[in-house]
Design a binder for this molecule. Sequence first.
Ligand code: CP
Length: 320
Amino acid sequence: MNNPQLDTDGRLRHLLSIEGLPKKILNQILDTAESFLGVAEREVKKVPLLRGKTVCNLFFENSTRTRTTFEIAAKRLSADVISLNVNTSSQSKGETILDTVDNLIAMHADMFVVRHSQSGAAHFIAKHVPNHIHVINAGDGRHSHPTQGLLDMFTIRKYKPDLHNLRVAIVGDVLHSRVARSEIHALTTLGVPEVRVIAPKTLLPTHVEKLGVHVFHDMKAGLKDVDVVMMLRLQNERMNGAMLPSSQEYFKTYGLTQEKLSLAKPDAIVLHPGPMNRGVEIDSSVADGAQSVILPQVTYGIAIRMAVMAMLAGGQGGQA
Ligand code: CP
């Protein structure tokens, strides 16, 4: 079956999900991101790879990290960046998403970065746009958040370079999490031998083990001897009715505290995609502690997003 994310030569055309992308492309994105890290150290933090191109940020759902780092990344590549304020756009007057896109194409947009609460929104736009236009999924419903998955892999690789020798635990609301799906596909594609998910039954998709993960309902067993702990936010906005007794009860059982983290390897690292709910899924002493790499994740997100946009536009890396 044709992969809509790749062109006929196997090059990245859109980035819609990690599922279906070959290991070679994932590694190419990670290696390209590596070459962009140094751009942030320059006096003029810019390379000309997207000069003359226009990147449109279409965020139909709230965001702090993704929206801002996409904007910074595009500007560091010298693109012109338009961040449409959806609340004050003609969407509020009933314009369809495809009419909005068509109007931006008429203004010579070259790339769309799309976040939407509906799964499949970025695919829908990608199917609609002409060949020379690229679409990046910045998070769609509970389906996929590929650049988050990639920046998480980049962060892990920075601290634990031998991915083939890692035990990774993903903890929390896997059921509603696009981040968890992207992380699982990325970890298994890149050859991480043991991926665990730790969650109450109510917060796990049915047949999650078919994705190649080991399922745990008990934090103590699940965290034992892991190298990497990836925490997830409780996605209350996607829950239909009460799926948990209370957030205090959840924290007692599944919240990451220093005591629970001590079951992991002593040099284990802790990730969280943000936004964090302190005292719900993670204790502040862990979030701000020596094993946390939560803020480096954000910084690396700029290099990953630069890499994706540069590859879509046919560029090579940060040497320019
Ligand atoms: N991790 C993440 O997607 O954060 P934002 O919702 O702030 O973009």
